[in-house]
Design a protein around this ligand. Structure first.
Ligand code: NAD
Ligand code: 89Y
Length: 345
C-alpha cells in the first residue's frame, strides 16, 4: 500500500491494555496513528508523545469532529462501548472494539445493528483465537491430522494477580466468565463449531473479589462433539501458567495437545510429533504476557488484511454475538443450575 493510502486510525482509551494496541499499530506500516483520546488527557498526551500521534484529545466527540479517520480502535471498558460506537457511526468511521462488547445482550445487539445500518466494518478485539500457539493447533486440525474432532478441553487455570493491572476486575459482580471466559468460550467455537446446549457451574473462591472466579462449562456442539471449558483465577500451582490456555482436541485419528510452555503435541495415526509453538514475540512485549500481546498484533494485522481484501474479519460484530451468547447462557445456566439451549443467534 502506498504511503499516502495508509489507513488513518485513532485509539480511544489509553489505559492498561491500550499500550499493546498502540505498540502493535506502530509495527503495521499500512496504518497511521493520527490521534489518541482518553478522558484522562494526561494519559492521551503520554500516548501521543510515546507513539508519535499528531494530536491528543480528552473528548471523543471533539476528536470525531476534527479528524478524518478510516477507523477507530476502542480500548475502553465495556460500559462505554455502545455510546462510542454510536458516535463513530454518526461520523461514518469503521470500528474495532475491545471485548466484552457491552454489559448486556441488548447493548451488544444495538452495537452490531448500529454498525450494520451505517454500512461500517465492525470487528471485536477477540484476540485469543489469534494467539500463535492457538493458530498452530487450529492449523493442525484444519490439516486433518486427527480427523473430525469429537471432544475438546480448553483449560485456563491461574492464580496470577490480574487485579493490580486491572483493578475494576475485583469489583465487578460478574467476573471470570465475562472477562476471561469469553475468550476461552470463543476458542471452543473457533475449534469445535457452534454450541447447541451448555451447562455451567461457577464458584466464588477468593473473598477479596466480588464476582465468580472459577467457572466450569460443558458444551454440546452442533457437530455432535463435546467441550469442557474450565477457567479459574483461584488456582495456586507452580509453575504459574498465566496466561497460557492448555488445550486438548481428540478426533478419530489422533489428539492435538497444547501443553505447558507452548509445546504442541500432535498424535496422528499412531505417531507423535512434539514442537515448540512459543511466539517469536516483538521487543515491546514482556513475559508472561507476550503470547497475549503478540496476538494483539496478529489480530490488528488480520483487520488490515480483511480491509484490503474487502472480506469480513473473523471476529466481526455478528460473529462475536455468538460468543457473547455463550457467556450469557453460562451465567443463566449457573444461576438456574440448568442445561441451557443456545438460540443460534
Ligand atoms: P483501563 O481502565 O486501564 O483503560 C481504559 C481507559 O479508557 C482509561 O484510561 C479511561 O480513562 C479511558 N476511557 C474510558 N471511557 C472513556 C471515554 N468515554 N472516552 C475516552 N476515554 C475513556 O482499562 P483496560 O484494562 O485497558 O481495559 C480496556 C478494555 O480492554 C476492557 O474492555 C478489557 O476487557 C479489555 N482487555 C482486553 C484484553 C485482551 O486480551 N483482549 C486484556 C486486557 C483488557
Ligand atoms: O481482561 C482479561 C483478558 O481479556 O485477558 C486476560 C485479562 O487481562 C485478565 O483476565
Amino acid at each position: 500500500m502506498a504511503s499516502q493510502a495508509r489507513l488513518r486510525v485513532a485509539v480511544i482509551g489509553c489505559g492498561f491494555f491500550a499500550q499493546n494496541h498502540l505498540n502493535a499499530w506502530s509495527e503495521i506500516a499500512e496504518v497511521e496513528l493520527v490521534a489518541v483520546c482518553d478522558r484522562d488527557l494526561a494519559r492521551a498526551e503520554a500516548a501521543r508523545v510515546r507513539f508519535h500521534a499528531a494530536r491528543a484529545y480528552a473528548d471523543p466527540a471533539v476528536m470525531f469532529q476534527a479528524e478524518q479517520l478510516d477507523f477507530v480502535d476502542i480500548v475502553t471498558t465495556m460500559e462505554t462501548h455502545r455510546a462510542l460506537v454510536t458516535l463513530a457511526a454518526e461520523h461514518g468511521v469503521n470500528v474495532i472494539v475491545q471485548k466484552p462488547l457491552a454489559p448486556s445482550w441488548e447493548d451488544c445487539v444495538a452495537i452490531v445493528e448500529t454498525a450494520r445500518a451505517a454500512g461500517l466494518r465492525l470487528m471485536v478485539h477477540e484476540n485469543f483465537r489469534f494467539q500463535t500457539p492457538i493458530l498452530a493447533a487450529r492449523t493442525a486440525l484444519a490439516e486433518g491430522r486427527i480427523g473430525k474432532p469429537h471432544f475438546a478441553q480448553f483449560s485456563f487455570r491461574s492464580g496470577y494477580d490480574v487485579f493490580s493491572g486491572q483493578p475494576y476486575l475485583a469489583t465487578e459482580k460478574r467476573f471470570i466468565l465475562i472477562d476471561l471466559g469469553i475468550h476461552i468460550l470463543d476458542l471452543s467455537r473457533a475449534i469445535m463449531g457452534e454450541a447447541e446446549t451448555l451447562y455451567c457451574v461457577t464458584q466464588h473462591v477468593n473473598p477479596t473479589v466480588a464476582g465468580e472466579d472459577v467457572a466450569t462449562t460443558v458444551i454440546r456442539h452442533v457437530n455432535g462433539g463435546t467441550s469442557i471449558v474450565d477457567c479459574s483465577y483461584s488456582s495456586r500451582r507452580l509453575p504459574e501458567l498465566f496466561p497460557q490456555t492448555i488445550l486438548r482436541i481428540e478426533g478419530m485419528h489422533g489428539t492435538i495437545e497444547l501443553l505447558e510452555d507452548y509445546r504442541l503435541r500432535v498424535t496422528s495415526h499412531g505417531t507423535v510429533e512434539d514442537r515448540s509453538v512459543e511466539p517469536n514475540a516483538p521487543a515491546w512485549t514482556t513475559k508472561p504476557w507476550h503470547v497475549v500481546q503478540e496476538s494483539v498484533l496478529n489480530l490488528q494485522r488480520h483487520w488490515v488484511s480483511a480491509w484490503q481484501s474487502g472480506t469480513e474479519p473473523e471476529t466481526s460484530g455478528a460473529d462475536n454475538l455468538l460468543t457473547y451468547e455463550l457467556v450469557m447462557a453460562a451465567y443463566d445456566s449457573a444461576e438456574r443450575n440448568a442445561v441451557v439451549a443456545l438460540r443460534k443467534a
